[in-house]
Design a protein around this ligand. Sequence first.
Ligand code: C5P
Length: 241
Amino acid sequence: MRKTELIVALDRPSCREAISILAQLPLQIQWFKIGLELFTAEGPAALALLKEKQKNVFLDLKLHDIPNTVARAVRSAASHGASLLTAHTLGGESMLKAAVNAAGEMGTKAPKIIGVTILTSHSQADINSIGIREKISDQVLRLAELALKSGAAGLVASVNEAQRLRQKFGHDFILVTPGIRPAGAEIGDQKRVATPGTAIKAGADFLVVGRPILEAKDPSAAAAAILEEIRIQNSESKINF
Ligand code: C5P
């Protein structure tokens, strides 16, 4: 069984501020997320900064556009060295296939396409208000099936849906879970949250953590505590579904 890893979300407005956070974090952290804030501000320079330090990049651009535009964006992103790249599953099958095919053209440099299901900041009422009548968990399963059928290598979903995703689709896909909050941490705008331990037991491969580390008084200690929880949980056997 794969070991679960931490991805620290570098949700910061500049490379300068990202570097300042990086400098405070334990060296053993191998994965970092570059999202809309940092990528919009700095573009490929943000990826270069991480590649220089031999870190892996989860490029969370949540692509959602017509298939041709998404394919072209995937080619651009791939050329900058992202290992994982997100696309919204709500973009539909043709868009997801276009993303997967464009990534595939990059050969060994191809980023893995990860389908975002329903955002962890969305509650049932939020998705009802945009016209989706299904229960969140059913909608996540439907979108997950669409993404995996389209060739996506993995999914982003909340921990609430992780067990059902593993039960239905097995372990042969990468499961990334945001909305991670160590016990007692502020929830912020996230609505469907879980502790690192619960996420790992539910089958997550990667835990994306932003504010509980970035906004901690001591980011290094906050990251170390999460790494320790991951280490303990990894060393116990994961539940097999
Ligand atoms: O600060 P926090 O730990 O809530 O950050 C979570 C990160 O994961 C953010 O960068 C956010 O964009 C991302 N994310 C999410 N929910 C998703 C996909 C990504 O919160 N479904």
